[in-house]
Design a protein. Structure first.
Length: 139
C-alpha cells in the first residue's frame, strides 16, 4: 500500500470547517465510551460493540475520532484569528475490522487524517490517498 497527498480547494464562505461536508459525525466521547463499556475488550459481545459503533456513525457511515486545532498555537502567538487549521481523524471501526482481516498493515491508514485549512483562495482539504498493491487491491 502506498499513499499520495491530495488537496481539494473549496469555497471559504462557511465560517466553520466543513465537518458535515466530510460526512463525519462528532459523537460525544463520554457517550461512546459508555456505550462501549470503556474499550472494545469490555464490550460483552461483538453485537454489543457493533451496536455502539453504529450509534456513533454519521449518515455517511463515518465517525470523528479526534479533532486537533493545529492553528491554535500560531493564533496564540500572533493574536490574530488566522490561520484556521484543523486536523480530523475520521473513519469507521467496522470497515477497519474488515481491512485488518486481510491486511493488518491497512490499520496504519485508518482512521484517515484529513487536514482542513482556510487560506485566501478558499478552504483546502488535504488527505492521503491509497494506491492499490498486491496486498491491498482496490476491488
Amino acid at each position: 500500500m502506498t499513499s499520495d497527498r491530495n488537496n481539494v480547494v473549496g469555497d471559504n464562505s462557511q465560517s466553520d470547517p466543513p465537518l458535515h461536508a466530510l460526512g463525519a459525525h462528532q459523537s460525544e466521547l463520554a457517550q461512546h465510551v459508555k456505550l462501549c463499556k470503556g474499550t472494545p475488550e469490555r464490550a460483552g459481545s461483538f453485537a454489543e460493540l457493533k451496536c455502539a459503533v453504529e450509534k456513533g456513525l454519521s449518515k455517511a457511515g463515518l465517525m470523528l475520532f479526534m479533532q486537533l486545532d493545529q492553528g491554535a498555537v500560531v493564533r496564540k502567538e500572533t493574536g490574530q484569528d488566522t490561520p484556521r487549521i484543523i486536523r480530523l481523524l475520521i473513519g469507521n471501526p467496522l470497515i477497519v475490522k474488515e481491512m485488518a482481516k486481510h491486511v493488518p498493515d491497512a490499520g496504519s491508514y485508518a482512521p484517515v487524517t484529513v487536514l482542513v485549512d482556510e487560506r485566501a483562495d478558499g478552504v483546502h482539504l488535504s488527505y492521503d490517498g491509497i494506491k492499490a498493491s498486491k496486498e491491498f487491491p482496490l476491488f
